[in-house]
Write a protein that binds this ligand. Sequence first.
Ligand code: NAD
Length: 498
Amino acid sequence: MNQSINISESVKEFIIRSKGQFIDGEWVKCLNGFELPIIEPSSGINIGKLSEADIESVNKAVESSVQAFNPDSEWSNLGPSKRERLLNALATAIEENADQFAELITLELGAPLSATKHFEVNKAVETLRYYAGFPSKIHGDVIDINQDMGDQHFFGYTCKEPVGVVAAIVPWNAPLMIAVWKLAPAIAVGCTVVMKPSEEASLAILRLAELAHEIGFPPGVFNVIVGRGETVGNSLVSHPGINKITFTGSMKIGKEIHKKASDKLIRLSLELGGKSPVIVMPDADLEEAVPGVAMGAFANSGQVCVAGSRVFVHKKIADEFIERIKEFSLGLTVGSGLDEETQIGPVISKKQQQKIESYIDDAWKSGAKLHQKNLSKSNGFFVPPTVITNLPRDSKLLNEEIFGPVMTIEVFEDENDIILQTNSSSHGLAAMVWSESHRNIQILAKKLRVGTVFVNTPAFPPPSIPTGGFRESGIGRDLGASGLEGFLETKSVISKIS
Ligand code: NAD
């Protein structure tokens, strides 16, 4: 495996230029704070560092966003068509810098450049353009309230207003795309945003803030502070200047934030983890299902909230399906994300690698069968795509989110058992169905109690379709027109006419 790192001049310059925080339109370095190393996952090599925000920087970022949201501010008086232009201009600026964004993401996350550029960067651009269509179409209603009022006449209407200063907390597994899922609707309605990326993947989001400033976002409208969750994230969500928290990450941290937000009745949306079942019906088209199911589990090295990591295949086709999935998985090219031929990169960190390996080890100890490629020794954080069969029914692998390139396969005869298991799980993010029967598809789509059902396709996030979870997989929705709702308040005006 290639251990040398080839970093472009523009990315090297950005790593030197980025001083840790982008607040009020400028770089802010915290001299006394913790230093966050930037580790390239295919080599384990440290390629730079960022300074973590201290409490003064968190306060400064929130206060700057509070000022920018002030009713007399430039931002609050900008008008919807200017917000549309800014969102479109940011989309164009990302497109023009697509190679740089892809490299920044790959250097921290490890995902192949082909995926970071053609999937993640594209999705960020599409999402900005999608929400750029909304600002001038957001409006309230005129409501007739002249009921049993005698001679008195009233006039009533509602307005949709931005909720205020938004704290946006983002995970590492698709940093730019998820940052934009939060930024674009918040900006579309006129909020201001303080974003905290994951301490493991901050670079692309810092570049996004710098670019937003360059194309004309007023200072304070989009601030970025970097640092660990327990320090910077905690200070941000506890800050009295915040009106809304939008969080994407693990269930554990989501629940902690939920408690803090409920104490102060802060508006909150949560996009949390998943354990998404994949149901391969006996009439599935295996030509499509085999690569689709495999890449649905292994893309981004399985570090995807909607990864189809628990596969159920019908007994009638199980032997053929399992053989073909194993063959496909063994044929995948694993390597550095910076190499063009790589299909599966490393996982993000040593810690993540060890966590995934411990799950695989548990499976092996419980007598399951493992099918995985032998990889040559490397300092990188590689885990080969792994197919596990013959797992005992009580294995924790079947119920916990592994967040790695690991797929379990179980054989079923009656799909009602799977519906029951899915609907009684604490997870409820997504499910995938592979079938050529319209009737089977409609029945399963109706009965599965999850946020999104993907039919004959691995999961992907079109900006126009809401995404989110049932049960403990979250509260609220990102994306789609309903993704705007969490950033809006409804104000009613009642006025006497005569
Ligand atoms: P995580 O919960 O560890 O961290 C997410 C973010 O929260 C990071 O920025 C982290 O620094 C911050 N954080 C941690 N502790 C905090 C605290 N006490 N207060 C405030 N912020 C804190 O999750 P992760 O490991 O970065 O991401 C992986 C998880 O995200 C997986 O569970 C995955 O399923 C989930 N995810 C969900 C979706 C979705 O749309 N539902 C999308 C992507 C990822």
